[in-house]
Design a protein around this ligand. Structure first.
Ligand code: AMP
Ligand code: GLY
Length: 430
């Protein structure tokens, strides 16, 4: 009987995971909760199951005789879904609630980095306005203020001068936009960002291919932050030797620390790095796959993802395993709906999906099916991943697909992977 896998989540990341699992030679039987209309082509969707409800997930996994549950987003992890599943004897890919604090609490993450000796921005955790102001004055501007808990990427305020910092302090402590929260005040770091993900089995971390994402809505990295407007992989500045060194610097010490703390880390440990003039520094940890990095990274994976997930869910299961990537480029362009990121537009009819599939992998992020038509149903709507022997070809394929898709108010950035294409030109010229 083939292995039965339930994926939790219903965005672009989960569609990319489902597609990669479907490519496994083990031909797994796939389920996804809640899923989306794109995921429905490869998996049986369970639209009524709430992924953040540990009891409901465990009951459904038992009923469907699921062998492995794969958790996409952070909320179910922090809610303890993995603890409940493993307690019931069901294998799960993802960290326990305690280990997910690396993402769930920025103060916890900074303290862990300090204890594990990981390079990161200087910081202080503050609980009131006066302490915040004192730390801002000591650090100088620009300075970065971060709400402690999960805030869907919105809890980070970068303040260029003291006036902005004072405003931010009011946002956290007077307006309490992110609730009653501790605040991390930290040094501003300059450099290029890099997303370095590793798959972990509680004992060791094996890095995945490096990727870069584009967080701002506007070309040239302007405008407000979003969930991510595009990504590409690999990143030419990180060769295989550097990848191993970086992972030894930013992943393995955290996996070792969490094992010592009695909270072994299983699943994906995502290090958001800033490559500064003084070396790499960790901006944050996430305890799951990145979105949209996953959409660019997984199509390049040559190893069997089912095998890797099962191995990572057991203590030390990755021993002797390697993670192989194809020597080709991938570029993911995100299409967003009108109003994003401040709002999103629902119900706009989408056409051109078949044409898009001729040049790229089409991943659904925020879509719905209404009367047989696919319509927008969220901020980030579709992800188009072009693959090719070089960055320029992969980028052209992604944009051919992005142009083929039509819906009212469609937004996209035109400069995704531009950096990679320019680096490639420089390399060819020398
Ligand atoms: P985080 O959720 O902590 O990764 O922060 C979101 C984004 O804010 C990061 O991807 C960076 O672009 C930016 N950021 C966070 N911390 C810093 C920092 N210390 N210096 C400069 N930029 C930062
Ligand atoms: N791409 C950023 C994230 O997944 O948090």
């Amino acid at each position: 009987m083939s292995v039965r896998i339930l994926v939790l989540g219903g965005g672009g990341r989960e569609h990319a995971i489902v597609k990669a699992l479907a490519r496994s030679p083990r031909s797994p039987e796939l389920f996804c909760a809640p899923g989306n209309p794109g995921i429905a082509s490869d998996a049986r969707c369970l639209p009524d199951l709430d992924p953040v409800d540990p009891d409901a997930v465990t009951a459904t996994a038992k009923e469907l005789e699921i062998d492995l549950v794969v958790v996409g987003p952070e909320a179910p992890l922090v809610a303890g879904v993995v603890d409940r599943l493993t307690g019931a004897g069901i294998a799960a890919f993802g960290p326990s609630g305690a280990a997910a604090q690396l993402e769930g609490s920025k103060a916890y993450a900074k303290q862990a980095m300090e204890e594990a000796g990981i390079p990161t921005a200087g910081y202080r955790v503050v609980t009131d306005r006066d302490a915040a102001l004192a730390k801002v004055t000591e650090t100088g501007c620009p300075v970065v203020l971060k709400a402690d808990g999960l805030a869907a990427g919105k809890g980070v305020l970068i303040c260029l001068d003291e006036a902005e910092a004072r405003e931010a302090i009011e946002v956290f402590f007077t307006e309490q936009r992110f609730g009653q929260t501790e605040v991390v005040v930290e040094e501003f770091l300059e450099g290029e960002e890099l997303s370095l993900l590793a798959i972990c089995d509680g004992e060791r971390a094996i890095p995945l291919a490096p990727a870069q994402d584009y967080k701002r809505i506007g070309e040239g990295d302007t405008g407000p932050n979003t969930g991510g407007m595009g990504s590409y992989s690999p990143v030419q500045t990180v060769g295989p030797d550097q990848l191993a060194d970086l992972s030894a610097l930013v992943h393995q010490p955290i996996v070792d620390l969490m094992a010592r703390r009695g909270h072994p880390f299983h699943g994906v440990l995502y290090a958001g790095l800033m490559m500064t003039a003084n070396g790499p520094k960790v901006l944050e940890y996430n305890t799951r796959f990145g979105d949209p990095e996953t959409q660019a990274v997984l199509p390049r994976l040559e190893s069997d993802l089912v095998d890797l997930f099962l191995a990572a869910s057991t203590a030390g299961g990755l021993a002797g395993k390697s993670v192989e990537f194809a020597d080709r480029f991938s570029v993911t362009v995100v299409l967003a709906s009108a109003g994003y990121p401040a709002s999103s537009s629902k119900g706009d009819v989408i056409t051109g999906l078949e044409k898009a599939a001729e040049s790229a992998e089409v991943v659904h992020a925020g879509t719905a099916e209404v009367n047989g038509q696919i319509v927008t149903a969220g901020g980030r709507v579709l992800n188009l991943t072009g693959l090719g022997p070089d960055a320029a070809t992969a980028r052209d394929r992604a944009y051919d697909a992005a142009d083929a898709v039509k819906f009212d108010g469609k937004q996209m950035r035109r400069d995704i992977a531009e950096r990679a294409v320019l680096r490639e030109r420089d390399q060819k010229a020398t």
